[in-house]
Design a protein around this ligand. Structure first.
Ligand code: SAM
Length: 285
């Protein structure tokens, strides 16, 4: 195999030298193929002038690709101490362009303190915290958020739930939240054999571009409505929405939705209309 073009050691060597045997508890499935990490970085590009937030750089394959593709700066948050040491070599290769934050991405405030140019989140996410991280970004306030795009690797099944349109089994709370706040699409799939160790399932790269013109409604109430509706997804809405502690029939009438409909048939606009009806009912009561 030829040497990596960035002059840094091959990733297998980095892993061996730093004893970075993958830990399941940290959701570690590393990408060692620099062609693939380059493809992901290009899918997130162009990166000139862009600050990239990367969650879980691990041995740094994607980090290197993001820097080689011209990211102004990469701010990488990593929980595994072993990887922090390994990443130092990349920081030296790209002076002033890689900041590594040692910590838990769920606990760190990822919003950069100085905003010079666009900020983008690009990551091969640890699968065990991928959904909570996505929800934290999609529920950012104020909106439009501090990032201009999310380009993220998920297990294929989660990716399908994020981009699902109404009418199918995959459509649920995550699809409504993602569809409400962003335009989401699957860019490409990644076969298990691309990772070390290979996971059991196929993965997908998902792109989410924040909508500047989100339909107005109170976000916590929207989440309550979708939780009630999809919590009993096989029931008609006139039944499932009873858990909202408001009479569902006037809410459904105000939203222009037939009471016999089920959650998975309702598009994002329908859930927003229901949320606004609930808001109005609460103000009126
Ligand atoms: N980016 C690397 C790659 O593509 O080869 C590694 C991806 S691996 C799927 C997920 C990475 O997230 C691991 O390096 C793991 O140590 C890190 N990680 C796991 N939980 C984390 C957390 N709570 N906060 C930050 N990083 C975490």
């Amino acid at each position: 195999m030829s040497d990596p073009p960035d002059g840094l050691p091959p990733l297998r060597e980095v892993i061996a030298r730093h004893g970075l045997a993958a830990k399941k508890s940290l959701g570690q499935n590393f990408l060692l193929d620099l062609n693939l990490t380059g493809r992901i970085a290009r899918a997130a590009g162009p990166l000139d002038g862009v600050t990239v937030i990367e969650i879980g750089p691990g041995p740094g394959g994607l980090t290197r690709a993001l820097l080689a593709e011209g990211a102004r700066k990469v701010i990488a948050v990593e929980r595994d101490e072993r990887a922090i040491v390994a990443l130092d070599e990349i920081a030296q290769r790209y002076p002033g362009r890689l900041d590594v934050i040692a910590g838990d991405a769920l606990a760190v405030d990822l919003r950069p303190s100085t905003l010079a140019g666009p900020v983008r989140v690009v990551a091969n996410l640890p699968y065990n915290i991928a959904t909570p991280l996505l929800v934290s970004w999609l529920t950012a306030e104020p909106w439009p958020p501090w990032f201009d795009r999310l380009v993220l690797m998920f297990q294929r099944e989660v990716a399908e739930r994020i981009v699902a349109p109404p009418g199918g089994k995959q459509y649920g709370r995550l699809s409504v939240l993602a569809g409400w706040r962003a335009r989401a699409k699957i860019l490409f799939d990644v076969h298990p054999s691309a990772f070390v160790p290979p996971p059991k399932v196929t993965s997908s790269i998902v792109e989410l571009v924040p909508r500047p013109d989100v339909l107005p409604c109170e976000r916590p109430l929207l989440e309550r409505v979708t939780a009630a509706a999809f919590g009993q997804r096989r029931k008609m809405l006139r039944q499932s929405l009873k858990s909202l502690n408001a009479d569902p029939l006037p809410l459904l009438a105000a939203a222009g939705i037939e009471p016999t409909r089920r959650a998975e048939e309702i598009p994002v606009e329908g859930f927003v209309a229901l949320t606004r009806a609930l808001q109005a009912a609460k103000i009126g009561s």
